[in-house]
Design a binder for this molecule. Structure first.
Ligand code: MD3
Ligand code: FE
Length: 224
């Protein structure tokens, strides 16, 4: 018989930088499967998932679906004004609550959950060739933490600094089921996804044949 190892193969909680906490394998396969199913539904509309248009005329390689608020570069609105004009779907309570649970575990503070009221979720889909360049998320008028959930193929996630998109940075591998929290001094760090490992996810267990889903929960600090 193979004995159980003393330590889990992957640590449960890693603080990458002050306020930036990685929780490997936080989601069960059951939860991941339910999230995949929900994302499929959200991707159909009222604002269908698609490649975000960039101000320069290009499009992002990832595809995005929005809950609560519609995001495009430099701008949040309730309706997809550069697309079909529809109002985005509500952010479900259960998803906001899930974000609160992540936060409580990341900061080892049970009270953190109740106070966390995200009002937007952005769901990004990466095919095998999609990447996300180094950027800051600063359209939000709140410094509340961002909670991220990864499902599907593994990727390299690059956590940089708050000054510019260059070094120093730390590369972290994000796998299916991992959660990440960016708060405090890390809330406005540059970050990106330079590489995906194709066909590396637990497809059968989660019901996602290919690619990677990432959900981020945020507090916009906007009213209305
Ligand atoms: C750090 N998404 O949606 S998730 C994004 O994997 C985004 O799809 C990446 O960057 C992805 O904007 C990374 C982790 C993440 C998300 C938001 C952050 C890290 C963050 C906001 C501020 C600081
Ligand atoms: Fe980001």
């Amino acid at each position: 018989m193979i004995p159980f190892p003393e330590e889990p193969a992957r640590p449960r909680r890693v603080e990458i930088a002050p306020g930036a906490v990685h929780l490997p394998g936080w989601l069960t396969f059951d939860q991941q499967r339910q999230l995949v199913r929900a994302c499929r539904e959200w991707a159909r509309g009222p604002v269908p998932m698609r490649h975000t248009r960039l101000p320069g005329g290009g499009v992002m390689s990832i595809q995005t679906v929005h809950l609560g608020w519609y995001w495009r570069p430099y701008h949040y609105s309730r309706t997809a004004d550069d697309h079909n004009g529809a109002r985005v779907a509500e952010l479900p309570e259960w998803l906001a609550d899930l974000g609160g649970s992540v936060l409580a575990d990341a900061y080892q503070d049970p009270d953190a959950a109740a106070g966390y009221r995200p009002d937007v979720a952005l769901v990004n889909f990466y095919d095998h060739a999609a990447k996300l360049g180094m950027h800051q998320d600063k359209e939000e008028r709140s410094s509340a933490p961002v909670v991220s959930l990864s499902i599907g193929d593994r990727c390299v996630f690059r956590v940089g600094n708050t000054q510019n998109r260059n070094r120093p940075w730390t590369d972290v591998e994000l796998a299916s089921g991992d959660a990440f929290v960016f708060g405090g001094p890390s809330r406005f760090v540059y970050h990106g996804v330079p590489k995906l490992y194709p066909d590396s996810g637990p497809h059968d267990e989660i019901g996602l044949a290919e690619g990677r889903l990432n959900l981020t929960l945020r507090v916009t600090g906007l009213a209305g």
